[in-house]
Design a protein around this ligand. Structure first.
Ligand code: URQ
Ligand code: ZN
Ligand code: ZN
Length: 481
């Protein structure tokens, strides 16, 4: 039986830190404590002076995504391998049906592609159209396949954009099923019109990208999704929040007691819109993703919201297109495939920009890179914790290790890196996925297909049980209406 003993480290969970050994056997954590003995054949890792944290969960990736006429460069094997090299041991990717495509057909496609994963994965399923079959397939996905989140792209008109009819029908169905609606919040009609006007005015380079998607384009959609969720009584998860305007909308929702979760990308926390002014077309185009990188002052609002619990998870939106693919938009920025890489850089970048600057404690770092994601998507404490019976997904972290991020040395072979040249202090020295060492001292030890699909239970059974319990404990209320 495969076993790993991580000895002498400081175990850092979202709530506590303690010096303890961690024993992993048959893919799960079997003991956390002092002086643990290594069973025969056990791989022993000396973690003295190092931290032992739950493996990172990236709630937002797109491996092998067919999008804007091409397919993202990292497949599920290379993408999850890149992830573990940066301390991320689970990704939540997206099944994105074409409009009019049965959700179950798209589901089968993505499940096939993901078989090659090197580490664990799960899927949000996008609702890109509506009819009775979508209603039915959403039920099948929740009841039979462990899906508890449905994505809605409010951008990408004439492609995968969900209009209000789709949003209202799908949010309502998600509530019935005990699943959480999530949104890419940008007003797709505004983007479409602004793109046309900019190109017609001769602004065809990557500098046009942020001009076609100003912060208000995101905030309008976020506010609309928040209001639809409020009227329907559903929770809401907003992906890649990029602006202070949307942070303000979320804070207003929180002030009125609404359950709205926010995700922020490592890129939006650390990169600003000046990248689009780069004289080198390829460098500027490499940063074309949506929502775009913003003026620097938005970063303070994003960090403040992350520190104060108005944003909850961190991700990368790893959607890697190489220079040849980006060149499709050489004469028209609206045709540059949207997306950037980053799955392996998230944790070192956030440790360096967050913990080393005092914005986040190590425990809060664990919260926003792993634990909150596990709790929001109902897989805690199986994931997101270093404790007995949790999956043995761990990262041994050296807070003093340093490197300069470069496309030349990353695992992901997309040819550029949006964090190029950034010096970071704080790196994963060993990553363990389901009790096996998959990254050690710069060496990748992943195995194609070793990753497993992680079903995420619906929330309804929990709520229903609580509602039944509450009803049973009430004196027989007389209906006074
Ligand atoms: O919008 C998304 O999340 C996907 C299509 C990745 N691309 C991007 O620009 N964010
Ligand atoms: Zn998006
Ligand atoms: Zn995305």
């Amino acid at each position: 039986m495969n076993s790993v003993l991580i000895r002498g480290g400081t175990v850092v969970n979202a709530d506590t830190s303690v010096v303890a050994d961690v024993l992993c056997q048959a893919g799960v954590i079997t003991a956390v404590g002092a002086g643990l003995q290594a069973p025969a054949g056990c791989e022993v890792i000396d973690a003295g002076g190092l931290l032992v944290m739950p493996g990172g969960i990236d709630t937002h990736t797109h491996m092998e995504l067919p999008f804007m006429g091409t397919v993202t460069k990292d497949d599920f094997y290379t993408g999850t391998s890149a992830g573990v090299s940066g301390g991320t041991t689970m990704i939540i990717d997206f099944v994105i049906p074409d409009p009019k495509q049965r959700l179950m057909e798209a589901w089968d496609n993505w499940r096939g592609w993901a078989q090659k994963s090197a580490a664990d994965y799960s899927f949000h399923v996008a609702v890109t159209w509506w009819d009775d079959s979508v209603h039915t397939d959403m039920g099948t996905l929740v009841h039979q396949h462990g899906v508890n989140s449905f994505k809605h792209f409010m951008a990408y008109k004439n492609a995968i954009m969900a209009d209000d009819e789709v949003l209202v029908n799908s949010f309502s169905r998600a509530l019935e099923l005990g699943a959480i609606p999530t949104v890419h919040a940008e007003n797709g009609e505004l983007v479409f019109q602004l793109q046309k006007r900019l190109v017609a005015a001769g602004i065809t380079g990557p500098e046009g990208h942020p001009l076609s998607r100003p912060p208000a384009v995101e905030a309008e959609a976020a506010e609309r999704a928040i209001r639809i969720a409020q009227v329907l009584g559903t929770p809401l998860y907003i992906v890649h929040v990029s602006s202070e305007d949307t942070v303000a909308a979320i804070m207003r929702a929180h002030a009125s007691g609404q359950r709205v979760y926010g995700e922020v990308l490592a890129g939006h926390l650390t990169i600003d819109e000046s990248v689009y002014q780069n004289k080198d077309w390829n460098t500027a185009a490499a940063h074309v993703m949506s929502p775009p990188f913003r003026a620097r002052h938005h970063q303070a609002a994003l960090w403040g919201a992350l520190q104060s619990g108005h944003l909850h998870t961190t991700a990368t939106d790893h959607c890697a297109f190489c220079a040849d693919q980006k060149a499709a938009g050489k004469d028209d920025f609206s045709k540059i495939p949207n997306g950037c890489a980053g799955v392996e850089d998230r944790m070192p970048v956030l440790w360096d920009a967050g913990v080393n600057t005092g914005k986040l404690t190590p425990n809060e770092f664990v919260k926003v890179t792993s634990t909150n994601a596990a709790q929001i998507f109902n897989i805690y404490p199986r994931k997101g914790a270093v404790r007995v019976d949790s999956d043995a997904d761990l990262v041994v972290w050296d807070p003093a290790a340093r490197k300069t991020i470069s496309a030349a040395t990353t695992v992901s072979k997309v040819g550029y890196n949006i964090f190029q040249g950034r010096e970071v202090t704080g790196l994963p020295v060993v990553t363990v996925s389901r009790g096996k060492v998959v990254w050690a001292k710069g060496e990748l030890r992943t195995e194609r297909g070793a990753g497993q699909y992680v079903p995420r239970p619906a929330f309804a059974p929990v709520f229903d049980a609580l509602k039944r319990q509450a009803a049973a404990s009430q004196p027989h209320a007389v209906n006074r209406n």
